[in-house]
Design a protein around this ligand. Structure first.
Ligand code: SAM
Length: 247
């Protein structure tokens, strides 16, 4: 699975690609990431990649032509048709990134990721060449690099051989093993910390009781923090303990 990233700040990605779980994914080539510095496709003597907005107003706009040149170079190197490898633009205008999108991506052949900067990208480039727009949420970041890294990270950890145990992600929030609900609370040593103990079910050594406790807690946590997700687990009863939870 190969990802090509178009950015004005490729250095931002270097520590991300070299640390922890991500490093395992990218060094082992389970996922390949190639960084493309948009500045290399800048125009004219002054190496421009942005210009003032038509109509006036604050900020600069990323120009269409350097983006087109960079995209053409990537497509040529990949030797693939557009349909095989979509261009994703990270923008607040896009659809919200979620588990479903991340999970379905692992069967596809990677993507080209466009990180915006300044006020954004010339709309004509978006209209002609962008296949999918993805948002991180209803807030504005300074650039698309953090969204691109979030996207890559979320996909990387689902790939076989990336996490220490391939099972670990199968009990994370939103996974179908949890019916799309949130993860249960976790505890580790010491047994007593600041006067607080650990739920007795987890100390019982009884596998089935532990599993039941985790499922119940997953429902309770979801009801408390994201009740709208409970639609995903129709037919399952909410444990009575949830009534005790503060709203
Ligand atoms: C300062 S923002 C531009 C925001 C744009 N003028 C707007 O209001 O939608 C610069 C770049 O950061 C990225 N960005 C900012 N917020 C984002 C978000 N919530 N999700 C995805 N990308 C975002 C986009 O690539 C965007 O082009």
């Amino acid at each position: 699975m190969r990802f090509d990233v178009i950015t004005l700040f490729p250095d931002i990605f270097v520590p991300f690609l070299e640390q922890g779980v991500n490093r395992r994914a990218f060094e082992s080539q389970i996922m390949q990431v190639k960084l493309w510095n948009l500045r290399d496709y800048a125009l004219g003597q002054y190496k421009r990649v942005d210009d003032r907005p038509y109509g006036g107003g604050a900020g600069m706009v990323m120009m269409a032509e350097p983006l087109f040149q960079c995209l053409s170079a990537i497509r040529q190197e990949r030797g693939e048709e557009r349909l095989e490898c979509p261009l994703i633009f990270f923008t607040p205008t896009g659809q919200r990134l979620n588990h479903q999108l991340v999970q379905t991506w692992d069967t596809k052949r990677g993507a080209i990721l466009l990180c915006g900067r300044y006020e954004g990208v010339d709309q004509r480039f978006i209209d002609l060449y962008v296949d999918l727009m993805i948002s991180m949420g209803d807030f504005v970041l300074s650039g698309g690099e953090i969204p691109a890294m979030a996207f890559l990270d979320a996909i990387a950890r689902l790939q076989p051989g990336v996490l220490n145990s391939d099972e670990s992600h199968q009990f994370d929030s939103f996974h179908e093993n949890l019916d799309g609900l949130l993860d249960c609370p976790h505890f580790t040593r010491p047994e007593i910390w600041q006067g607080r103990g650990v739920p007795t079910e987890l100390m019982s050594g009884h596998h089935e009781n532990i599993q039941n406790w985790r499922k119940q807690q997953s429902l309770i946590v979801t009801k408390q923090h994201r009740p709208e997700l409970l639609g995903n687990s129709e037919g399952r009863s909410i444990p009575s303990k949830s009534k005790e939870l503060k709203k």
